[in-house]
Design a binder for this molecule. Structure first.
Ligand SMILES: [Zn+2]
Length: 187
């Protein structure tokens, strides 16, 4: 048994937080161990070789893993499938400073689905994943925002050209700012 491979690396933070789930003792050592994560069954089963933190209780000798190992497994699977992992999805959304519900409203994605993807409960399919990757490009997200606004305006019978005009104005302002900047640097 590989019980007392005492690794006192970076994991002290988690050691302090977690006590043994069996005897509740705080003296828990963590070691990084090789792990073969088997996903799926039969011939199509995927075997992913990863390293996960394994905790060893020094009191009752229980060996166990926690959320950290689950997260590593989940991320390895996402990488294997070629899709964004939960953190990447969350970062994408937070990059725009949008709540989950605002993001759901804009994109038409289900808020519950987003929640499950961000928490690693489910993995988005390829179509959703590629849609998310497009949204990671600010100009595309802005375009979608304008499209949605225009669609909503049409539905409500409001003038639909408010937002596009504002956009053009911003662009002109940007060009103006740039030219001012150029004058200052070349002069
Ligand atoms: Zn214990």
């Amino acid at each position: 048994m590989e019980t007392n491979k005492l690794t006192t690396e970076k994991h002290t933070k988690h050691n302090q937080q977690s006590s043994c789930p069996q005897c509740e003792d705080n003296r828990v050592a963590t070691s990084i161990q090789d792990y073969e994560y088997v996903y799926g069954t039969g011939e199509s089963a995927v075997r992913l070789k990863i390293k996960i933190p394994v905790h060893n209780c020094l009191e009752c000798e229980l060996q166990y893993t926690d959320w950290e190992a689950e997260e590593i497994k989940h991320n390895a699977l996402c990488q294997h499938l070629g899709v964004l992992n939960p953190n990447q999805i969350k970062q994408l959304r937070e990059r725009y400073d949008m709540s989950r519900s605002a993001f759901a409203q804009l994109t038409g994605l289900g808020e519950a689905s987003l929640n499950r993807w961000e928490k690693g409960i489910n993995i988005q399919n390829l179509a959703h994943d590629r849609f998310l990757r497009l949204l990671n490009e600010p100009s595309i997200l802005k375009k979608l925002q304008r499209t949605v606004l225009s669609l909503e305006a049409k539905r409500e019978g409001l003038p639909e050209n408010i937002e596009p005009f504002r956009h053009i104005k911003n662009r002109e302002k940007l060009r103006l700012d740039q030219s001012v900047f150029e004058l200052r640097t070349t002069g």
